[in-house]
Design a protein around this ligand. Sequence first.
Ligand code: ADP
Ligand code: ZN
Ligand code: ZN
Length: 818
Amino acid sequence: MQYFLDVVLPIPLERLFTYRISAEEAAFMRPGMRVAVPFGKSKIYTALAYRTHQLAPEAYEAKEIYQILDETPLVNSYQLKHWEWIAKYYLCTLGEVLRSALPSAFLLESETLVLPNKDAEVDEMGLKDDEFLIFEALQHQSALKIGEISGIVDKKNVLPLVNRLVQKGVVLQKEELYEQYRPKLVRYVKLGEAYLDEDKLEALLKDLSRAPKQSQVVLSLFQLQAQNQKPIPVSNLEKESGGSRAVIKTLVDKGVLEEYHIRTDRVAQESASGSVEDIVLNSHQEKALESIRASFSDDKTTLLHGVTASGKTEVYFKLIQDCLNDGKQALYLLPEIALTSQLINRLRYFFGSKVSVYHSKYSIHERVEVWNNVLGKAEKAQIVIGARSALFLPYSDLGLIVVDEEHESSFKQFDPAPRYHARDAAIVLASLHGASCILGSATPSIESMDNAKKNKYGYASMNYRYGDVLMPDINLVDIKEATRKKKMKGHFSEKLHEAISETLEEGGQVILFQNRRGFAPIVECTTCGHSAQCPNCDVSLTYHQFRNQLRCHYCGYHMALQEACLACGSHTLDKKGFGTEQIQEELKELFPDAVVGRMDLDTTRGKYAYEKIITAFEQQETDILVGTQMVTKGLDFRNVSLVGIMNADTLLNFPDYRAHERSFQLLTQVAGRAGRTQKRGKVLIQTYNPYHQILQQVTTNDYAKMFAEQYYEREQFKYPPLVRIIKLTLKDKDFNKLNEASEWFATSLRNVLGSQILGPEYPPVARIRRDYLKNILIKMPKNQSIGQTKNSIKRIQKSFNAISKYKSVRLVYNVDHI
Ligand code: ADP
Ligand code: ZN
Ligand code: ZN
């Protein structure tokens, strides 16, 4: 009897691949275990067992597997079903889903690079012979491919060996170099080592008697210590001593004080400090909770529509408690940028060590740890909070999924495949487990609200902020008028300028928002109109003052800023548009005493950068925070009483059918950062177009009107949720070939789907990273079978792939969210 195993390889193959296994292996094998397999000429991959059978493949001679890597399955049947749905729905391969779903530590392959772990203290005696060989080899070489390790130990299958080395911390995988933590870092101070000695301390105090401010700081430190405050945050010391940061810094420089950081999100909370039972909901929350529970018992996905600061989080906590009481697992899903340590700490306060965080930016080890805990249904991972990749964990008994900020477009993964939408995939996952699913937002997406109105989803709303806090007072400022009357200081209208002054005088903090899309200043020649273009992409280069460079935001190309126009040579270069950097500069002039922080892609690149900026603002070390989209999400700053939007127009004018919906959501969310305590918050929106209907709807907080108008427009122009939409993008470096290929594809589609096919057309940016792009849109009526349509598309793709001259053309599908 012959035995065969079908596996999923973590590469974009349309089908499963079949290997030969022995009878013993067949008896041992279960779906979801990993196996090391040879593939192609000389590659080794980690693949996932899918099923065993006795049918030899017809098209090729099945090779033998190298080895089974797991004792028990690493992936369960819920996951496989869910991943198959994702592959089918989003038109990609199961292998692509696998690669995205498993932490890379689980997917070693011959091309994986292994590096020495320089920080590890390696117990050389504890290493086996083959392990030591690799350890030694890595003392002389900076990196080894798995294939090369094979050569060194003269063994074909070395994945178990490398797995052991990774586990012992002797080696690292290449990917780890790019990882980035986002822990919350709080700055603390203590007395410098040298002064722990009493005599020295006495001498110091004598010394400082001539510097009263400094001695006040030191005395305050003692006082705080006496009050049993340990550790002591820098901000507390500042408040207690009335000393400025400069004085503290002087003391640190002298070595009298020592500064250190603690990552608060990693401080494992052994037991919860509070109990969810003790959260007293107000009547709006209570009512919402009851209707959610009722709708859950009808097995309905439920939309919670609650204005900013209405207390949605507390309602989620009650639902999570319900889920735990049933002994089931809960998943709390958030967009990446809303996953803040503020929220994690709030969750840990109530649920202690039951909370695990799963984040693509966490280290491989941490992710593997969470995976194993979820797989073992450990209590430690009964609640998982994470961004979209947390959907892929091995839950076996999910009772609840919370999708917070469900309207957020960053739930959609655009690159690489699977190009899935995490909210929609969450709803499917919940139904596979028979779990409940709650979608929450202050500004629900049009499609979710549509589903609620059609009774497909349950619906609950909360229209008041918690604790009788008023909704912010939102006003529009006409900057066209202000410019005409010469009442602008740089990019600040008189009104905004005054409001900032007042707020700062009262000791409040300010958030200023500048949209990322309007972020880019372009350098244009006023003589000939030329602006420098990216050689690889179809966009103008943008100016970065900090490095005095012109940069491309699509491919990273950059060059030094030239003195003269590259086209005509004249020196009449003018900077158009403005960014966060420029606002920060202007603020320094207008408010020289204010401390200004900036949060955008440039300032949040490094390790810890993001958390440092947030923490500094939270602890009121910064007065004004200037930022892009990053400042809009889920942050709860108590002391912000003014939010300014520098320019709303770049948002509104973006060429996308969702631009208006997104503008409403974004502006409402930014505005929601203002006045979250008793004092009513103020919001000023600067615009050239104060009569725009969306801006009117934002100021009156009129979601219903926004929904009605947008819905009408989508009906008129046939956009989701009234039709289904798939976008096919073709890419190639050869312009003519791309055009020919996309005509071919569009024509074939038209033969089957007729007028549902639009295009091919060039997108607004028609060349990226040297690739030309063309889009074909498929808009199908809702009652048409989506499965059949996708089958037709796949069939056409098959014929397309068989045409050899189109071999280099790449196809990218985006389903629903384009
Ligand atoms: P949302 O998520 O709707 O924006 P939050 O859940 O952050 O709102 O609530 C806003 C503020 O009100 C938070 O500081 C929160 O702690 C507080 N809050 C909300 N509900 C309650 C409650 N039932 N008891 C005590 N504090 C609450
Ligand atoms: Zn010129
Ligand atoms: Zn470029």
